[in-house]
Design a protein around this ligand. Structure first.
Ligand code: ADP
Ligand code: MG
Ligand code: ZN
Length: 478
């Protein structure tokens, strides 16, 4: 009989910090410029000019550390991590080794609505490498060093996750935090947020860890899940066949949907870390940390809790709405104008979020402003239009940018509440359905619903259903 295994996963995430300048020089950090236009002697690895630590990057690292409940180290040193690769002009990467700037924190996330805490082992500052560009059919590769020297925060968890679901939940929560802090734009496709999961299996019940495999080349949430699920199956098969998992780094091949060996333990690097003699030790005063603590925004988990207590929303709504800062801001803007948080939440999570997703738009750039959405809600509230019609015109509102009052007027969509018109429709319906009328008179009261439906139909959905009900009852009693 096969043994049941448990997956054990720890994550290394590289977040590109949204600083103006690079980590150790004044070059810019804009994505997508012409190759090698954002470079200088320092990030090109020329001798003779010394690097200088970017204060803004350190601040972003401290603020992230605080958001992750980490301890902020006061005495920091940068180290050289030595290896040879064409995208690394100096032959070493400046990183932190024994003394990371942030340690011992955690992230609280929800996995299928159950809370789960993931421990953060460390987060350290380092610089990014350049990019090798392989032009197919060409005999050589090119190197773009625009990215070389952009600040990275590497955030490493304890091996606390047990499934792909947990990894995706953690990664989403971490990304939300980084984006709320505005320290990283969180774009996995463009590589500003990169994730390397480490995965091992062990028999259920065993305490010790199995041999791990590190996965690279994963650039979307979808691939995180697919790569982990594939790798769990692969390792299970290896173990079931009585073999053992090799410690190695494997690359995710998104096209084939498999992981393949990149390098095994034997050719693992010996990085020969040593303190970088070009950089002074970095002392972080407690006062500075306390100053930065005052600049911390309300973070997603706190905001989620507040949405439940202050706005009386279900946990689920609060989680969806606070997953992005612009969306949460949008929601609160509407509530400020209109009140009725649950009604607003239904519209924002339903109609609005659907259109935003379809068009790949952030709530910050929604073509329907909070003011416009609230105008529509007011039209429903004062019964100018039915809820059904309001829902139906929302896509047009979104696509055209017109005011809801305008669309309602143009389309003749105003709800019919005036008694004379409704009574006329009711009389028609009753005249056309003598059999049902007889049933009703004979005591079958459910038939009322049938009449309401017929009147609604006759009005093209525009009759005010409450009013129809009331008038019908009066008429049938008389
Ligand atoms: P390495 O030195 O190979 O980078 P680390 O000890 O630094 O390994 O850990 C890197 C990541 O791998 C961390 O997130 C850690 O939690 C995770 N990890 C370590 N050992 C295991 C294991 N046996 N199974 C799964 N994940 C692991
Ligand atoms: Mg490591
Ligand atoms: Zn530079």
């Amino acid at each position: 009989m096969n043994v049941a295994y448990e997956a054990v996963i720890g994550l290394e995430v590289h977040a590109q910090l949204r600083t103006q300048a690079k980590m150790f020089c004044a070059c810019g950090t804009t994505f997508g410029l012409s190759a090698n236009t954002q470079t200088c002697p320092i990030c090109l690895g020329m001798p003779g000019i010394l690097p200088v630590i970017n204060r803004q990057a350190v601040e972003m690292a401290i603020r992230t550390g605080l958001a992750l409940s980490c301890t902020i180290r006061s005495q920091n040193r940068f180290a050289r991590k030595n290896y040879f690769y064409p995208d690394l002009p100096k032959g070493y990467q400046i990183s932190q080794y024994e003394a990371p700037i942030c340690e011992h924190g955690w992230v609280e996330t929800y996995v299928n609505r159950v809370p789960k805490r993931i421990q953060i082992r460390r987060a350290h500052l380092e610089e990014d490498a350049g990019k090798n560009i392989h032009v197919s059919g060409s005999s050589h590769s090119r190197v773009d060093l625009n990215r070389a020297g952009i600040p990275l925060l590497e955030i490493v968890t304890e091996p606390d996750m047990r499934s792909a679901d947990e990894v995706v939940a953690y990664l989403k929560s971490l990304r939300d935090i980084l984006m709320y802090l505005e320290v990283c734009d969180g774009n996995m496709e463009e590589g500003s947020l990169r994730c390397e999961p480490n995965l091992s299996l062990r028999p259920v019940g065993q305490q010790g860890l199995g041999t791990k495999v590190e996965l690279k080349n994963i650039n979307s949430f979808k691939f995180v899940r697919e790569a982990l699920e594939y790798e769990i199956k692969r390792q299970t098969k290896v173990l079931d066949e009585g073999r053992s998992v090799q410690q190695e780094t494997r690359l995710w091949d998104a096209e084939k949907g498999v992981t393949v060996t990149m390098r095994s333990k034997e050719d693992a690097h010996d990085y020969r870390y040593f303190p970088d003699p070009d950089l002074v030790p970095l002392h972080i005063a407690q006062d500075w940390v306390e100053e930065l603590r005052k600049t911390m925004p309300e973070l997603p988990s706190a905001r989620q809790k507040r949405f439940v207590t202050e706005h009386g929303l279900p946990d689920y709504d609060a989680g969806v709405l606070t997953s992005s800062k612009p969306l949460a801001d949008y929601f609160e803007h509407c509530v400020k104008l209109f009140g009725q948080p649950k009604t607003v939440s239904n519209w924002v999570m339903g109609e609005l979020l659907r259109e935003l997703k379809n068009t790949g738009t952030s709530a910050a750039n929604s073509p329907v402003s909070p003011e416009r959405l609230v105008s529509l809600l007011r039209l429903v509230e004062d019964r100018t239009v039915s809820l059904k019609v309001a829902r139906e015109i929302f896509p047009e509102l979104y696509a055209s940018g017109k005011a809801p009052e305008h669309i309602v007027k143009e389309g003749g969509l105003t709800q019919v509440s005036d008694e004379a018109s409704l009574e006329k429709m009711i009389d028609d319906v009753l005249a056309k359905n003598p059999a049902q009328l007889a049933q009703y008179r004979g005591g079958k009261e459910e038939v009322l619903g049938f009449f309401v439906g017929q009147v609604m139909k006759a009005s093209g959905g525009k009759a005010n259903p409450g009013k129809v009900n009331e008038l019908l009852k009066k008429k049938l009693a008389g």
